[in-house]
Design a protein around this ligand. Sequence first.
Ligand SMILES: CC(C)(COP(=O)(O)OP(=O)(O)OC[C@H]1O[C@@H](n2cnc3c(N)ncnc32)[C@H](O)[C@@H]1OP(=O)(O)O)[C@@H](O)C(=O)NCCC(=O)NCCS
Length: 162
Amino acid sequence: MVHLEKVTYKNEEEIIGMEIIESQYPFVADNMESLADAYIAITSGEAYAYPFAIYDDDTPVGFLMLGYNEAALEGPEAPESLRNNYSLWRLMIDKRYQGKGFGREAVRLALEFIRTWPSGRSEACVTSYNPENEVAKKLYASFGFVENGDIVDDEIVAVLKL
Ligand SMILES: CC(C)(COP(=O)(O)OP(=O)(O)OC[C@H]1O[C@@H](n2cnc3c(N)ncnc32)[C@H](O)[C@@H]1OP(=O)(O)O)[C@@H](O)C(=O)NCCC(=O)NCCS
């Protein structure tokens, strides 16, 4: 069964060692950088990050990081859609496990978690993707994410009303 677990000393090495396909490198930060971003978000006191390992039974197959109020980290240029909203901030499935439905299941679990309102209620969940990332674009659209015209770090922003 696919489920999310917190990143701990138990799975840290596996998370850091996960790899994507070379052509996908522009699409997502590596997991070490994401964990550093989580540290910054959490210690800033203005934003929040929820990093998770994605498991298939006992096997870690990917990494997911949700965020809250990413606008506080992006500075004054940040799109309004990132303010006081949740974000599907990072998602990757290790190259050995792609194409088996884990990415789709992880997004479903992410939205289920967000709807427990861990940082309080909010209007929307945002995500962003590289304009060439057709797989991510279609995956998020299938959950109801709609592009709103915003761009962040050269990525297209899409918003899901909660
Ligand atoms: C995007 C990503 C997380 C998807 O995870 P995944 O486990 O491989 O995807 P799934 O098996 O759950 O498939 C989800 C959908 O994408 C489609 N898909 C997956 N890989 C595909 C590929 N290489 N080409 C075309 N379609 C693909 C599947 O057919 C499926 O569509 P459907 O549910 O309508 O049939 C994964 O490809 C990945 O880690 N990519 C690199 C990092 C990245 O792009 N992250 C997103 C940043 S915004």
